[in-house]
Write a protein that binds this ligand. Structure first.
Ligand SMILES: [Zn+2]
Ligand SMILES: [Zn+2]
Length: 277
């Protein structure tokens, strides 16, 4: 089945008329199905979609990787365009989220404009509390078990404005798609850890070959141990294509570029990836 992934929102843009913002959104076409994975912050999604001939109102499903604003900010506008869609999210994606600033103050970083009631008023909300097969080889991981000893959520995240309750980002989930070439994995921010996520997908698929990994790997704050272990894990997984972007971070992308010279590429807004089998 034909799979096409179009990068609608990313921290960089490459193409006439396309705009970047800190955030992520992919348009996934699998056979005749059209699925939106994340929605960016909402400032550039609609314009980039128009520029790339993507019709957001045709999305049969919207997947929310986790509740941070840079993945969910475009959801409310997208739901106004499209009243027939399904939204897939873990319940924790819809709860308040905060990050601690270096001076100790907090900033709100959860889903803007919406809560569970509002989403239910505009779409069919499906809560992903475990792995979910949504048909034609398209799967959601649901919450990812945290098993490695070198990965953490990658930042100072909390569920309360006083920053007393750490946010484990249990809502963090990835998508994986079965193709003849192997599994294509799409990450939001991989707050569960990219290696935890890929190991879990291997487990869920009975160790099927992982062909490609794209999305945010959240290695911005990775210490050398985490970085080395992540590189070793990626060598073991041996994917043919690595497309790190968004919150992966410049240093980590540079490292991956050197470690996987013919397999690693950037994926700015405007990138179109095709699997034609
Ligand atoms: Zn995030
Ligand atoms: Zn992010």
């Amino acid at each position: 089945m034909k799979l096409r992934i179009t990068v609608l929102v990313e921290d960089t843009a490459g193409g006439r008329g396309l705009l970047a913002e800190h955030g992520l959104s992919f348009w996934i076409e699998l056979g005749s199905r059209k699925i939106l994975f994340d929605t960016g912050q909402g400032n550039v999604l609609a314009g980039n979609a128009r520029q790339m001939n993507v019709h957001l109102e045709q999305a049969g499903a919207i997947i929310i990787s986790h509740g941070h604003y840079d993945h969910t900010g475009g959801l409310s506008k997208t739901l106004c365009l499209n009243r027939q869609t399904r939204v897939y999210a873990h319940p924790a994606a819809l709860t308040p989220k905060y990050a601690r600033n270096t001076d100790g103050s907090a900033r709100e970083i959860g889903i803007p404009f919406l809560d569970e009631q509002k989403i239910r008023g505009q779409a069919d909300l499906i809560l992903t509390e475990g792995p979910m097969d949504i048909g034609e080889g398209f799967h959601l991981t649901g919450p990812v078990p945290r098993r490695t000893n070198f990965e953490d959520v990658g930042g100072q995240y909390f569920t309360d404005p006083a920053c007393l309750q750490p946010d484990a980002l249990v809502d963090d989930q990835a998508v994986f798609i079965e193709t003849p070439a192997g599994i294509v994995v799409i990450l939001g921010c991989a707050h569960a850890g990219v290696i935890n996520t890929l190991n879990y997908i291997r487990e869920l698929t009975g160790n099927r070959r992982i062909h490609a990994v794209l999305g945010g790997m959240h290695l911005l704050t990775a210490n050398p141990v985490r970085m080395n272990e992540t590189v070793a894990g990626l060598h073991r997984i041996d994917a043919r294509r690595l497309l790190p972007c968004h919150c992966t971070g410049f240093a980590a992308i540079a490292r991956l570029w050197h470690e996987f010279p013919d397999r690693c590429a950037l994926c700015p807004v405007g990138t179109v990836l095709d699997w034609n089998e």
